[in-house]
Design a protein around this ligand. Sequence first.
Ligand code: TYD
Ligand code: MG
Length: 433
Amino acid sequence: MRRKFICSKCGHIFPQWYGRCPSCDEYSSIKVYENIDKPNESHISITKKSVTDINIDTQIRIRTGEKPIDAVFGGGIVPGSLVLIAGAPGVGKSTILLQIARFIAEKGKVIYFSAEESLGQIKLRADRLKINEETLFISDSRDTDAIASNISCDKPIAAIIDSIQTVSSRNIAGITGSVNQLRYSTEKFLEVAKDNNIPIIIVGHITKGGLIAGPKLLEHMVDAVLLVEETGEYKLLRATKNRFGTIDQTAIMQMGENGLTVLENPEGIFLGDKINASGIVRSVTIKGSQPLAVEIESLVSPYGIGKSRAIGFDVNRAIMLSAIIEKRLNIKISEHDTYLNVTGGVSIDEIGVDLAVCAAIISSIKNKPLNLNYAFIGEVGLAGEIRPVQSIERRINAALRLGFTDLVLPNTSVTSKIALHKIRFLNDLIGYI
Ligand code: TYD
Ligand code: MG
């Protein structure tokens, strides 16, 4: 009899019990993982092949029906892969997957295991999405082992498990959703996917602190992790891990009466009406490989205690940029409260909008509105120097398509029909405010 132990906090597996987890230092978190008689593995022969003798057809990818979604999967779904789609409850995971399932079912059998919702609930959603494929099967089984053997026997083109937190196995200790169960179910589906060369997509709910149980646990086990996020009225689908492709693709969707629509040209969706007020500036950021025009607003209050708040932008970076403005341009900011906001609920996680943030802050302080036909792009260094940013050509081309007339940006060899104002230091920015 071999016993294994698992930490219910971090999900590490150990050959023996500990009072305190050697991995995450949690006390009393080690529980029995499984009690399975295993043969002595040293006597089992394994097959191996020379690397030159292994043939795989990497060309075969299963299309999802939407090019941007295929791109997030790394060029379609890879047969035999286990993919985790994670997101907050209600963000639209089940809707996306039902739509993908419908498209794949045009070519053959797809099974959607809905452990979370009843057949009736799925049917209501399917009606809303006008889904009527005979080859799309829905099951409400919650039994990991039954689902696994069903997939192996039925051999569908693809299977979906919604969600991994609501299926469980009777062979394993722990309640549904516990680390034990999550780990067992994910391992089981991984095995079924690989053995049968069938892609399995599992849904995982995320709360603010990460996946409900064992935050990083599932991410390590699956081939790809796709995240569904909400940004204002839009849903973003992007990969945070992908063994079969890049992670720089983003699909932007909108939820409507009849499900999700993938936007073909999302680059301008976050631009509002042009408002003639100080502190508003436009820029072009990059989400994955997608250029996205954004509006950054700053309000530097006339009084305050030097407090800084930022929504959609790293507040520490905003404070640093304020300090650079204060030092290099001799403009007093530190005695004022400053607020920064990226409109539309967009969150920016790159430095290419530094210059725009500075322009917004200075515009607010001077109470001078900016020309919104201009976009500001560039990283700002501590010496006040304007540094080049990634994907500048893509940003310029997006700005051109969106009708910007002028760009203020770092020195670049790129030429464009847009008037390019290349600046080297923060001092040069003043001329545009
Ligand atoms: P859902 O896919 O159930 O989210 P998740 O599986 O991530 O929990 O859908 C979330 C929301 O979308 C839900 O509040 C209802 C709404 N919705 C629409 O607005 N239109 C539609 O056509 C569908 C199917 C859902
Ligand atoms: Mg759901």
